[in-house]
Design a protein. Structure first.
Length: 199
């Protein structure tokens, strides 16, 4: 079974003050960390959707092994990046794990668990933490058209998943990852302190 990875990394990071893809965390750009997580989790191919400051990202980041998808419509929000990414995946891909660039505590094991859920027959699978659905998510190809149609603004697959709970398999990941995201300088500072105490 071919399960691809899709990293959404096109936003400008307005509240953060710079594109999240270019944020250095523990010596590595967030876009590089996200690519490595999907790759180590067994996804192939891996597509990275860029938008804001894409020239800077391409110049600064090591994205070897990834296919870069440019979302010219990135200002329209995350949904536009999800649509661009899904549309770019090759025909042999049967499912995709969609991850966000600003959640660096997601680990390869989270990705592997989503892939295992798909191997077990799941149509969609969602990583949960504390019982709550977050990211990443896995989407079988049969859902992509509906997911793309229902995505809007900064909401990606959530609308489809909420409308189709019977198709969604929750995958607990509390023990192997965390959904903390980086939206503000304060959140970034907190995350850096957390990583420092773990090292």
């Amino acid at each position: 079974m071919t399960v691809a990875g899709l990293l959404l990394a096109a936003g400008e990071g307005r509240r953060l003050g710079r594109p999240k893809a270019l944020v250095d965390l523990d010596g590595r750009l967030l876009v590089e960390r996200g690519l490595a997580t999907l790759t180590a989790g067994g996804c192939t191919p891996v597509h990275v959707v860029l938008g804001a400051a894409h020239d800077e990202v391409l110049a600064a980041a090591d994205l070897a092994g990834a296919t870069v998808v440019l979302n010219e419509d990135w200002r329209a929000g995350l949904a536009s990046s999800l649509r661009a990414g899904l549309a770019a995946l090759p025909s042999q891909v049967e499912a995709v794990v969609v991850a966000l660039v600003d959640q660096p505590l997601v680990t390869p094991e989270v990705v592997r668990r989503l892939r295992q859920a798909y191997d077990g027959g799941a149509v969609t699978a969602v990583a949960t933490y504390g019982g709550l659905p977050r990211n990443p998510v896995l989407l079988a190809r049969s859902t992509w058209a509906d997911v793309a149609a229902q995505a809007s603004g900064d909401t990606g697959a959530r609308a489809f998943l909420r409308a189709n709970p019977d198709l969604t398999t929750p995958v607990p990941c509390d023990d192997v990852g965390a959904p903390d995201d980086v939206d503000t300088p304060a959140e970034l500072a907190t995350l850096r302190r957390r990583l420092l105490t773990q090292s």
